[in-house]
Design a protein around this ligand. Structure first.
Ligand code: APR
Length: 311
């Protein structure tokens, strides 16, 4: 069977890690695209990754390019093009620069890879995925934002760190926008099926929720120049793999809601089934009143940023 093709738009910190993970999982041949100024950087990364293969044993090819025609026919596109945060910045502060970049990316992806499943990572996430959707005219099931997977993963990691139990057995979900108003649904978090509310005190749980909301910023502050890249890359690869292998995993993703959870016409983090049809379904469930009102708050924040795109 012919190999699939994964095109990464943006070959910086997250892009480089996406390339490594996609190759190691043999998801398909990888093209790392970046602007002409960064052509040497992505060609260098691609060559370095080609030379990792003898130690790893996989046979996919990795190439770097600043020519959009090289993404032609891609099955999956993962977009990280844009600038990351610096300390003191909110994700929303990136809108001015990253919106212009996203419009350019969407126009080119539409031209060269109109049938791809597109995963957006660039921030501010909920507005960037919306901008891609509007500019490209892609079907809603072929465009999704990576945020909830990462935010839920961070929540899982903190619960595992708190309890000392395997992170593999921690499940939980974080809904809403990819910002300070995101909504961890703590009552549904479990360790091996045991509710975390029976394992961790309410005070400690509150601290873990707060740390989850601020987890990206905690790393931005430590780095001093740039934002997280390992976990964001792994989270997006999980989504790409579920699409390519039709796994139908249920992952919190920024999907276009049309009435689900009372949200209409916006991309927001909701449990989504990802299979060969793309975002095949949003799994709606009954929220408690306090959770719904938190979701409404996060929706207001998303609407505000989306409104600023003028799209
Ligand atoms: N087209 C393609 N790539 C672009 C464009 C463009 N128009 N403009 C910038 N880029 C590239 C940059 O050249 C750079 O290589 O996007 C890459 C971004 O990489 P980094 O600066 O290392 O940023 P990274 O940490 O990967 O984060 C990327 O994801 O999580 C978000 O907030 C983060 O918006 C940021 C994005």
């Amino acid at each position: 069977m012919a190999k699939k093709k994964i095109a990464l738009i943006g070959g910086g910190q997250i892009g480089g890690n996406l390339a490594l993970l996609a190759a190691q999982k043999e998801l398909g041949n990888v093209v790392i695209f970046d602007i002409p100024k960064a052509e040497g950087m992505v060609k260098g990364k691609a060559l370095d990754l080609m030379q990792l293969r003898p130690h790893d044993g996989h046979d996919v090819t990795i190439t770097g390019s600043s020519n959009y025609s090289d993404i032609s026919g891609a099955d999956v596109i993962i977009i990280t093009a844009g600038i990351p945060r610096k300390p003191g910045m909110d994700r929303e502060d990136l809108l001015g620069i990253n919106l212009g970049i996203m419009k350019d990316v969407a126009t080119n992806v539409k031209e060269y890879a109109p049938n791809a499943f597109v995963i957006v990572i660039s921030n501010p996430l909920d507005a960037m995925v919306y901008a891609f959707y509007k500019v490209s005219g892609f079907d809603k099931n072929k465009i999704v934002g990576m945020a909830g997977a990462l935010d839920s993963g961070r929540f899982r990691a903190f619960i595992a760190m708190e309890t000392g139990y395997s992170v593999q057995d921690v499940t939980c979900m974080v809904l809403g926008g990819h910002g300070d108003t995101m909504v961890p649904i703590t009552r549904l978090a479990t360790v091996g099926g045991v509710p975390v509310t029976d394992l961790i005190s309410p005070e400690r749980l509150k601290k873990i929720e707060d740390r989850t909301r601020a987890a990206g910023g905690e790393i931005v502050k430590l780095f001093g120049n740039g934002s997280a890249f390992y976990a964001p890359a792994q989270s997006a690869i999980e989504m790409a793999e579920s699409y390519l292998r039709d796994k139908k995993r249920v992952i919190p993703c920024a999907s276009l809601c049309e009435g689900e959870f009372g949200v209409d016409g916006y991309f927001i983090g909701v449990p989504s089934v990802i299979g060969s049809g793309g975002v095949e379904k949003v799994l709606e469930f009954t929220l408690r009143d306090d959770e719904q009102s938190e979701l409404n708050k996060t929706l207001d924040a998303v609407k505000k940023t989306v409104g600023e795109t003028g799209l």
